[in-house]
Ligand binder design. Structure first.
Ligand code: HEC
Length: 124
């Protein structure tokens, strides 16, 4: 009898959390704030210039596995948001474009203004 009570307590908790999770996800869908969007022209111009050589179709395999700008429009909204955040992060920490690449392609350096443009977009 005691075992039985314990079990139903756990079941109740599980049911409640599943219900809560479904309500939360339905809410995220119905609020409509999550629909995939193309990269705006001002941002696209910067990333094509500084990142496109590796992160556009035909670029390096390792780079494309992390970020494929050509396939951006096929990413769902959640993935786009995560990738946009990652783009802002890697340029802010100067991980990207790679230093070795900048040495040979100085025009790929991202200016402070361009970084601000990208990071403002990434937070939308
Ligand atoms: C010379 C080629 C090259 C260029 C140019 C380049 N990347 Fe990358 N990128 C890579 C490679 C290779 C990887 C995967 C290995 C790694 O993480 O270092 C990568 C990984 C990444 C990742 C995932 C890694 C992480 O820490 O989240 C992001 C995001 C990224 N790049 C964004 C950019 C952006 C934005 C630019 C332009 C400002 C850029 N990259 C320019 C080659 C490049």
């Amino acid at each position: 009898m005691k075992k039985m009570t314990l079990f139903s307590g756990k079941t109740l908790a599980a049911t409640l959390s599943i219900t809560l999770l479904s309500i939360l996800s339905i809410n995220a869908v119905t609020t409509g704030e999550q629909s995939p969007k193309p990269i705006p022209d001002d941002v696209l111009k910067i990333v094509n210039n500084s990142c496109g050589k590796c992160h556009n179709q035909g670029g390096s395999g390792a780079a494309l596995a992390n970020l494929n700008l050509t396939k951006w429009d096929n990413y769902n909204a959640v993935k786009q948001a995560k990738k946009a955040e990652a783009i802002c992060r890697v340029i802010t920490t100067e991980k990207m474009p790679p230093k070795s690449f900048i040495k040979k392609n100085p025009q790929a350096v991202i200016s402070v203004e361009d970084r601000a443009t990208i990071c403002a977009w990434s937070k939308q």
